[in-house]
Design a protein around this ligand. Structure first.
Ligand code: MD3
Ligand code: FE
Length: 206
């Protein structure tokens, strides 16, 4: 099946030099006030991806300023350059200048996948906003799965790919069933695995 309305995939959107900068920023966040870690779920499970948050801390299933489930510290500030990146992403995905200028992401989730990591099918519904989610992938290619019902649509996400989920796609089910280990280019600065950065509007204000 085709991608649902509001879901836009722009392969190779982020130039290699920008990928390198983003990898460097993610590396710094990973060892920042709240270190990257495997998120523990209330049901006792542990996610196979490692996640570090920026702006707001996601703990299943809410956003907080402090990482009460890790070390209690306040997460890193959401930088202005990341807002600007999100606006350019929205503009290129939808071509709507007014919507792009008004986009004000305030949280980023940085996920790192090793070759065995997966993300099960889920909806992102902890945000109190229906503003689009911007997703950037770096490193190993993965299989990204999207759709509320079978048959799902599988798309390969490679390094530099942009995906935007807005409108009717904002609350769609999605997951990552497979990472294609060793497919990434070390020139990104990422030695192994896959990075995914999602920008969100929490709707929680200041
Ligand atoms: C569709 N991350 O962090 S990115 C997540 O590759 C998440 O790490 C995956 O799902 C990853 O929640 C998928 C693509 C993505 C992200 C957010 C979405 C697709 C989405 C939100 C709504 C709809
Ligand atoms: Fe998600």
């Amino acid at each position: 099946p085709p991608l649902p309305p509001g879901a836009v995939h722009l392969p190779g959107w982020l130039p290699l030099e920008r990928q390198r900068e983003l990898v460097a920023a993610c590396r710094a966040w990973a060892v920042g006030p709240v270190p990257i870690r495997h998120t523990r779920l209330p049901n006792g499970g542990v996610m196979s991806v490692r996640t570090v948050c920026v702006g707001w801390h996601w703990q299943p299933y809410r956003y907080t300023r402090t990482a009460d489930d890790v070390n209690g510290r306040r997460v890193a500030e959401f930088p202005d350059w990341l807002v600007a990146l999100g606006r350019r992403a929205l503009l290129d995905a939808y071509g709507d200048e007014a919507a792009a200028s008004a986009y004000a992401p305030d949280a980023a989730l940085v996920n790192h996948y090793d070759g065995q990591a997966r993300m099960g099918m889920h909806q992102d519904k902890d945000e109190r906003s229906s503003a689009p989610v911007v997703s950037l992938s770096i490193g190993d290619t993965c299989v990204f799965r999207v759709g509320n019902t079978r048959p799902y649509t599988d798309v390969e996400l490679a390094s530099g790919d942009l995906f935007v989920f807005g409108g009717p796609s904002r609350f769609i089910y999605h997951g990552v069933p497979k990472v294609l280990e060793g497919t990434g280019d070390p020139a990104t600065g990422l030695a192994s695995g896959r990075l995914n950065i999602t920008l969100r509007v929490t709707g929680l204000g200041d």
